[in-house]
Design a protein around this ligand. Structure first.
Ligand code: ADP
Ligand code: ADP
Ligand code: ZN
Length: 216
């Protein structure tokens, strides 16, 4: 059982690595960003509320996010473990997560921080294209689809996330520095944190993470 937390600035490659890790270790993916995007697509009450924050690149309030994560964690539907991606993002969320895990009598196996410098992140977010149907992520230069603008997996036309436009991106990086970055110390003090060089190729980053977690 591996209970993993993957961290990194927006565009660091968390989603890309998650896809590979989930397959490798059969983990259950808990991505609050994906959950919010799905709710927005469905037009649910949560989605309508969350959209106000996502489009601007602001964080959804902690209470709402913590409640969503608890609903998932408490179902204990992760036989081989889970991977948290995009959560926690604030000190309040990290403390809430600790309480949830304590209640369930489980702990985190590792916290991995995928480190990438800002100029590389800006290039990654500018070129990021996603499939609105299956969620697969591409990059116009780094990981282009076989046919330009079309998802390899399902044939749907690719889109650019509204929050990947310049203004939102700068806001997200500023919020990360203010609210999320302090969590690195939080997990480092608990002896859980490992830093990975996220500027390497996707495969090399993946190999480095596997070295930490061990072959399954
Ligand atoms: P990225 O891929 O850029 O790291 P995510 O897909 O994780 O971003 O999140 C997209 C957006 O969803 C965030 O900018 C924020 O508005 C919202 N969101 C996701 N996770 C959280 C969270 N843990 N707390 C608050 N808001 C969140
Ligand atoms: P996050 O979930 O952390 O916001 P993503 O996994 O969506 O990040 O990656 C952001 C963009 O960078 C995507 O367009 C993705 O294809 C690309 N990307 C991810 N990892 C790498 C890498 N190691 N090298 C080059 N480009 C990458
Ligand atoms: Zn697709």
């Amino acid at each position: 059982m591996i209970n993993l937390l993957i961290m990194g600035k927006p565009g660091a490659g968390k989603g890309t690595q998650s896809t590979k890790l989930l397959k490798h270790y059969q983990l259950t993916h808990i991505s609050t960003g994906n959950i919010y995007r799905d709710e927005i697509k469905k037009g649910s009450a949560i989605g309508i509320e969350a959209k106000k924050y996502l489009d601007q690149g602001n964080l959804v309030p902690d209470k709402m996010t913590n409640d969503i994560v608890w609903e998932i964690l408490k179902q204990k539907n992760y036989p081989d473990g889970f991977m948290l991606d995009g959560y926690p993002r604030t000190r309040t969320q990290a403390e809430a997560l600790d309480q949830m895990l304590a209640r369930l009598n489980i702990g985190l196996t590792a916290v991995i921080n995928v480190e990438v410098k800002d100029e590389v992140l800006l290039h990654r977010m500018a070129g990021r294209r996603v499939c609105p149907n299956c969620g697969h992520t591409y990059h116009t230069e780094n990981h282009p689809p076989k046919l330009e603008g079309v998802c390899d997996h399902c044939g749907q036309g690719l889109i650019q996330r509204p929050d990947d436009l310049e203004e939102s991106v700068m806001n997200r990086l500023a919020i990360y520095n203010e609210k999320t970055k302090p969590l690195l110390d939080y997990y480092s003090e608990k002896g859980l944190l490992t830093v990975i060089d996220g500027e390497q190729s996707t495969n090399k980053v993946f190999q480095d993470i596997i070295k930490i977690l061990g072959e399954k």
